[in-house]
Design a binder for this molecule. Sequence first.
Ligand SMILES: C[S@@+](CC[C@H](N)C(=O)[O-])C[C@H]1O[C@@H](n2cnc3c(N)ncnc32)[C@H](O)[C@@H]1O
Length: 256
Amino acid sequence: MSKQNRKAPPYSMLATIYDEVMAHVDYEKWTNYIVSLFEKYDKKPQSILELSCGTGNVLLSLTSKKYNIFGLDLSFEMVRIAYEKAITRNININYFQADMTCFSLKRPVDVVICLYDSINYLDDFSKWQQLFDNVYDALVEQGLFIFDICTEKNSMKYFSNYTETGSGSSFEYLRESSYDRKQKIHQNQFTIKFDGDDNRYIESHQQRIYTINEIQNFISQSHFQCLDAFNGFSFRKADEEALRVHFVLEKASLND
Ligand SMILES: C[S@@+](CC[C@H](N)C(=O)[O-])C[C@H]1O[C@@H](n2cnc3c(N)ncnc32)[C@H](O)[C@@H]1O
């Protein structure tokens, strides 16, 4: 590796350019879909926790709806940016840095969300188990746990041997993606170069791809009831043709 190439942890350097790289994402649409799920299941949450909240884009648009909001993310840099955005806009959101497989709250919340295939960063079901145990403790009785996954179809269609270059206000980046169908691992490597800095920062991200069936089997053994699994942003029953699937779970009481 040349002197100018520096390995960086996931979402450390990417954090500072994340919002520009993701400028195409319609976070308002994500938020509206989540709120429509509350309505569909007749829930009127007052408190929401977002796991893997990133730079807080969904939470910022949820604040217009007057919830008590919490966000956590593994990346300190992502949380720092989310926090600064909230402070600049004079919005009260409680952020903290934590691993979604190992966190606890002082008081349970009504809804936990985990979006934009963040859960695919957990590479086996033992980590899902830790996540589910934590979410169970973090939720009130009959609280909702909503998460999405990206599917194999998505990895095959868009990210097998995919390359993208881009630039923003003071940086350029290269994204190289591949999908190992045998290992079910989707890899994204970001090479980032900032103006005025000779270094190139390289982040390697790995996501595990799961089938809908695998996930439903896992949920059936958990203390959650799967209310529905929908093809992304719809109320249609999920299938492997979907690029993204939203799961809606309800915390079951331990006596159920
Ligand atoms: C694709 S980004 C999505 C961020 C945000 N949800 C959004 O919609 O923009 C994935 C996020 O998952 C976070 N993440 C990955 N593994 C995590 C873990 N074990 N615990 C908490 N956050 C994690 C990353 O730091 C990153 O911010």
